[in-house]
Each structure stands twice: as structure tokens, then as C-alpha cells.
Design a protein around this ligand. Structure first.
Ligand code: SF4
Ligand code: FE
Length: 482
């Protein structure tokens, strides 16, 4: 099947007939909804880029799984160059949309499930890998968006899943029926869920013996009976519903996060890829998290490009671009952003094949990448706020700009460097506001902190992967210490 265009993708969502609760109300038709449409446009970009002559070679790859050319967002990485190309593709998407384009979670989940099911079958004689290969070949041929769903609500963080007051606080197998399982629970922070065709459910953490019911990985169509969606709020989100979208900042694209509830959802056996093999739940989580921590070395860098470009343009508009302290700050922003990119590329270059054949990133470097992502975008945003000036927090609205009574004052007193129009200066300020304090800051800052796990999770992995004993032995050898 030919790769979809953005337009074909948007049409394919309409036939799914999913609905959600948004701002307290059930919303039947999602297409064209002011809060949803920008996020759909961002995903549509990942489709159109596979048709753009300038980027089609980066976005297209022949998959041995389905023997066809597929969009790289559905690809199983077959070399370290594939891993590098993934990061390059993500930077391009981030720099072109200025937001989270949402399609990476399924790609990262698929690569983790592919190798983990193989390992599980080797040990337990299960047949998950063949099932997953069939499922994913179908996803590739249909050119679908898959939401990788990992984060459970987790309830009392001091208690294991089986000790929670409500066992649904970790998504679980509630019942077994002939031909499948019934799952119950929820997944929080689901990026791009309402823009997906499929959900790939994974366990949220390493389960232990006795926690088999919570060690479940399976695929569910987004419109499966029993699945409900509650839309996540973002700062300044209702600006997207205003007639004049100037105050939104990012006029076309946006991100999306949703709470997804699974209320007794039946999953047939052929869509189950892990069911009670507790020791592989940890492997799956570790691999998915590492792929997604690599992803941030691409996508956040691309959004950083937008913020840096907007800051540099703002400096020109203010007439301060030649000032040495401004140039220093922009150099620093680039230095920090390229540091993240270097981390994303490094963990990709050092990727190695798994037993299943697809490539896994270097775990240590992927976690170093993500730990830097929990910090450096905040510093980049701080510098952008510094350079942009206080107007970032006090700018009157688009409505005031349109009002004939107030407009002359705004045009007179917001004028700066004469080569630039006031309206354009307002656009750039709103974009910087979007990324540092508005809806875009969910993707650029909050998600940089918590997406793919908070900093503590990366520190644990760094401690595990750092090879400390070898370092100690090196010193002992150097100093002739027994
Ligand atoms: Fe992709 Fe980045 Fe959004 Fe995750 S945060 S889905 S890696 S764009
Ligand atoms: Fe994310």
C-alpha cells in the first residue's frame, strides 16, 4: 500500500469515529476541533514529509518485515545508521512544527516489543514474536500511527501493584475469556492518543513474581469498546479556540496529551505480546525508555532550533542583535542545543543489534542524553526569556491590536527596529511565549523533564550502566593496588 499523505492520514482518523471528553464535555466529532486540530496537523506533517522531495529519502525506508517501503516512523531499526536517521528525522520534524509531533512513541514501543518478545519466546517457548511481527507488518502496510502506552497512574508510590487499594491503578488482566484477556486500568500522559489508530499497551515497570496480572503487553484499536479518553489541559490552551489565533503563538501545530481509561477491554490472543512473564516486563520498560530517551535528542533539539531562531529574530526586531551579551546568549543557546543533539547521535552511533536483529541504542548514552534534556531546554528557555524582554509577559491581546481604539497606541508604542512590523514582532513574542510558558512548554519543558521517565529514572540507569567496577580496576592496575 502506498504511503499516506497528510490529507489521507487525516481522513483515515475520521473513519475511526472516536470521541473524547474535552474541557468537561463529551465531544463527538474531533476533526476540526480547535484543541485537537493543531495536534493532528503536527502528525500529518510526518506523513507529508515522506512525500516532500527534500526529505522523502530520510523518511522512507524499505522494511524487510513487510517487503515494502514504509514511513520511518513505523520502521524497526536495522543498523546504527537507522538509529542516526531516526534522530535526524525527529530534529527535522521538531524544527518544522515547533512542537511535539507525537508519532515517535509507537515507533519506540514497537522496537522494544520486537526484541523483547523474541527474548521471551527463547526462554518460555511462547509465540509472541511471530504474533508481533504479523501485527507490525500490518501497521507498516497501513501506515498507521500507534500510541505506545506505558505510564500507569501508580496510586500510592510506596506500594506494589498488588498492594494498592484499587488494583486498576496499574493496568492489569482482570479476567480471562476463551480466545483472549480482559484488561482494566488507565494510562496517563498519552501523547497523541487521539491522533492514533492503534494503542500498544506495555507494563509501566519491572514486575515481580506474584504480579503476573500486571505484566501485560497488547495492542488495542483506539475505537475498541470500553476505551475512553479525557483530554489533557495545557497552559493557554483555550487561545486555540479564539477567532483570531495570533495569541496562540504557534499558528498551525501543537501537541496533545490524553488520559486513557480501559474499562474491561477485551483483547484477542493474537494481539497479546506478553502475558505474565514478569521478568520481561522490566526488559521491555528499559528498552522502550531508552529508545524514547534517544528520541528526545532529536525532537527537543528541533523545537530548540525554533526557539533559538525566534530569539535571534526578536533580538533583530529589538535592534539589539549586535550587542555582545545578546550574541553570547544566543551562542550559549546553540551550544546547549547541539550538546543534546550530540547525545542523541552518540547513543545511536553506539547502537548494537539485539538477538531479534533490530538495533538498540547504547543504554548509558541514551540515558545521559535524556538527563541532559531534563536540564538544558530549561536553560535555553531562560535565555530566550532574557533576550525577548519583559513584553513576553505583558503583551496586550490580538483583540486589542484589532480594536480601532487601542490599535493606534499599540502600533505606536510597540514599534522597535524600523525594518520590522509591529504585528510580526507580536507573532515572534507569542511564539516564544508559547514555547517557554504556554501550550508549547508542555512539550518543550514539562515533557523534557518527565517524558520517558523523570531524572531519577535516568540516574538509576546511569548507575547501572556506568561500568564502575571496570573503572575501579583500571585505577587499581594503574597504581598496582591488589
Ligand atoms: Fe516524539 Fe518528542 Fe513528542 Fe516524544 S516528545 S512523541 S519523542 S516529538
Ligand atoms: Fe514523550
Amino acid at each position: 500500500m502506498a504511503l499516506k499523505t497528510g490529507e489521507q492520514y487525516l481522513r483515515s482518523l475520521e473513519s475511526l469515529n472516536i470521541s473524547a471528553h474535552i474541557l468537561g464535555r463529551p465531544t463527538g466529532e474531533l476533526a476540526g476541533h480547535g484543541l485537537v486540530q493543531p495536534s493532528r496537523q503536527a502528525v500529518a506533517f510526518t506523513y507529508d514529509a515522506a512525500h516532500d522531495p527534500a526529505t522523502r529519502d530520510l523518511f522512507r525506508v524499505v522494511s524487510p518485515l513487510c517487503q515494502e517501503e514504509v514511513n520511518r516512523f513505523t520502521h524497526l531499526h536495522l543498523s546504527s545508521q537507522d538509529l542516526v536517521n531516526k534522530v535526524k528525522m525527529q530534529r527535522h520534524c521538531g524544527a518544522s512544527t515547533g512542537c511535539c509531533f507525537q508519532r515517535c512513541v509507537g515507533m519506540d514501543a514497537a522496537n522494544a516489543v520486537y526484541s523483547t518478545t523474541f527474548d521471551c519466546d527463547q526462554k518460555h517457548g511462547t509465540s509472541y514474536h511471530a504474533r508481533f511481527r504479523d501485527y507490525w507488518a500490518w501497521v507498516q502496510r497501513q501506515d498507521l500511527v500507534v500510541d505506545g502506552a506505558m505510564t500507569d497512574p501508580k496510586g500510592d508510590r510506596g506500594k506494589r501493584p498488588k498492594d494498592q487499594v484499587d488494583p486498576d491503578l496499574f493496568l492489569r488482566v482482570k479476567e480471562r475469556r476463551p480466545g483472549g484477556v480482559v484488561i482494566s486500568g488507565a494510562k496517563l500522559h498519552q501523547t497523541g492518543m487521539l491522533n492514533s489508530h492503534e494503542i500498544l499497551v506495555m507494563p509501566t515497570m519491572a514486575m515481580r513474581p506474584g504480579e503476573e496480572a500486571w505484566a501485560i503487553c497488547c495492542a488495542v484499536p483506539v475505537n475498541a469498546p470500553g476505551v475512553r479518553y479525557i483530554y489533557g489541559r495545557q497552559a493557554s490552551d483555550t487561545r486555540k479556540l479564539e477567532a483570531d489565533t495570533l495569541d496562540v503563538g504557534n499558528p498551525v501545530f501543537g501537541g496533545q496529551e490524553v488520559m486513557t481509561v480501559f474499562e474491561d477491554v477485551f483483547v484477542p490472543d493474537e494481539r497479546v505480546f506478553l502475558d505474565g512473564e514478569v521478568e520481561f516486563s522490566g526488559t521491555l520498560v528499559e528498552r522502550f525508555a531508552s529508545y524514547h530517551r534517544q528520541s528526545y535528542g532529536g525532537c527537543k533539539v528541533g523545537v530548540g532550533d525554533v526557539l533559538i531562531g525566534a530569539t535571534a529574530l526578536m533580538a533583530r526586531m529589538n535592534g539589539v542583535d549586535k550587542a555582545s551579551h545578546i550574541r553570547e546568549k544566543i551562542i550559549e543557546m546553540n551550544h546547549l542545543n547541539e550538546t543534546l543533539y550530540a547525545c542523541g547521535l552518540a547513543c545511536s552511533h553506539e547502537g548494537r543489534p539485539t538477538a531479534a536483529g533490530n538495533y538498540l541504542v547504547d543504554l548509558l548514552l541514551a540515558n545521559v542524553c535524556k538527563l541532559n534534556v531534563t536540564r538544558l531546554p530549561y536553560e535555553i528557555a531562560r535565555l530566550a526569556t532574557d533576550v525577548a524582554g519583559g513584553l513576553l509577559g505583558t503583551l496586550p491581546s490580538a483583540a486589542d491590536l484589532a480594536n480601532p481604539e487601542t490599535s493606534p497606541y499599540l502600533l505606536k508604542y510597540l514599534a522597535a527596529q524600523p525594518d520590522y512590523q509591529v504585528l510580526d514582532r507580536v507573532k515572534v513574542l507569542r511564539l516564544i511565549e508559547n514555547l517557554t510558558a504556554g501550550a508549547g512548554a508542555v512539550g518543550y519543558l514539562i515533557e523534557s523533564m518527565h517524558g520517558a521517565g523523570p531524572p531519577a529514572a535516568q540516574r538509576i540507569m546511569i548507575e547501572r550502566q556506568a561500568g564502575m567496577e571496570a573503572k575501579v580496576q583500571k585505577v587499581k592496575g594503574l597504581l598496582s593496588i591488589a
